[in-house]
Design a protein around this ligand. Structure first.
Ligand code: TXA
Ligand code: MG
Length: 319
């Protein structure tokens, strides 16, 4: 199969209408989309990505009013959040209506619904008339792509079209918040921070604090193919040359927002470069820093003390 990067939305609408899968832009990362109401099309998404069938897929819908078409018993807090953050990088896990096939939610009662702010995806949803199930457009376990070119690196030969919407403005995935329990729970940190959410609806749990995990948090995610080591030490040119290491330098960005935008593309670029390992420091663990550190820790092979020059712990985080 030949894979083409295109700006032609109508072409993609036709693909999706005939049950095919296409890569699409969102403001967070690129997605691998299929008609969410067509279970055979959704099954192809799992196959192409090599994604385990127990990991549910987010459904992209056109506006907050449509939440009611796909979910029931919706907490008023969801609409308060939607008023502030949707369209945007926030996904609500809500009790699904039967119109959503079980394969989309991996058999769970909750469905993840998101309203993206990307103008190209908005037009696409207006034109198809059906919602789009779309996980990130990387092969399972790899770093999410933030440009059409990066999607091509992963999915060349696996889809016919990649719809080009430019570079993603947020750069890390959406925050996933579940309303399946009395107290809302953040299942994945992302583009909207916990602090921002709590300003609107008050206290929320996090997956870690309550040991509730999004199925997708269980496995390897966001990993480059070269080992990435996290260090608390300052990283100097001497360290880099001694270890034949590339430096994922997030300090050079003016703020965490800019660091998030560039995080995955830098990781991909370092992965392609000549170094043997990648070194980085964590960022301050608040605001967007929580989501950035989460991605770094998942991508890493362990911690390193640079004076010793070899990994101190190589905790295996994933098989
Ligand atoms: O920004 C994003 O969220 C991107 C763009 C394409 O929208 N999508 C994305 O999808 O990151 P994915 O599949 O790579 O990650 C979705 C995460 C996974 O951790 C998954 O387990 C969780 O959301 N999730 C999706 N649906 C869920 C559900 N019904 N219940 C619990 N967790 C869910
Ligand atoms: Mg993903």
């Amino acid at each position: 199969m030949k894979t083409i990067i295109t700006g032609n939305i109508e072409l993609i609408v036709n693909e999706l209408r005939t049950g095919k899968v296409a890569a699409i832009p969102t403001e967070t990362v690129y997605g691998l989309a299929a008609n969410a109401l067509d279970e055979i099309a959704v099954a192809s998404v799992y196959e192409i990505k090599n994604r385990p069938k127990f990991n549910p897929i987010i459904v992209h819908i056109k506006d907050a009013d449509s939440l009611r078409s796909y979910a029931e018993d919706i907490d008023e807090k969801v609409f308060e959040l939607a008023g502030r953050f949707s369209p945007g990088p926030l996904t609500y896990v809500l009790r699904k209506r039967s119109i959503i096939p079980d394969i989309v939610t991996a058999g769970n009662e909750g469905v993840g619904l998101r309203i993206s702010s990307h103008p190209v995806l908005k037009s696409l949803l207006d034109m198809t008339g059906f919602p789009l199930a779309a996980p990130s457009a990387n092969m399972f376990g790899k770093v999410s792509p933030t440009s059409a070119r990066e999607v091509m690196d992963d999915l060349n030969g696996k889809v016919s079209y990649i719809l080009d919407g430019g570079n993603c403005e947020v750069g890390i995935e959406s925050t996933v918040i579940s309303f399946m329990d009395k107290v809302p729970v953040i299942l994945r940190h992302g583009g909207v921070t916990r602090e921002e959410i709590e300003e609107v609806i008050g206290y929320v749990e996090t997956g870690n604090s309550k040991k509730i995990l999004s199925p997708g948090m269980l496995e390897s995610h966001y990993a480059p193919s070269k080992p990435l080591f996290i260090t608390e030490d300052d990283i100097t040119p001497e360290h880099l040359s001694k270890l034949d290491a590339g430096y994922l330098d997030l300090k050079k960005y003016a703020d965490l927002k800019t660091a998030a935008v560039n995080l995955f593309s830098e990781l991909r670029a370092l992965d392609k470069s000549y170094c043997s390992v990648i070194l980085c420091n964590l960022v301050e663990n608040k605001g967007l820093g929580v989501a950035i550190n989460d991605r770094l820790i998942r991508a890493s092979s362990g911690n390193i003390k640079l004076e010793k020059g070899k990994p101190e712990t190589s905790e295996v985080k994933h098989a």
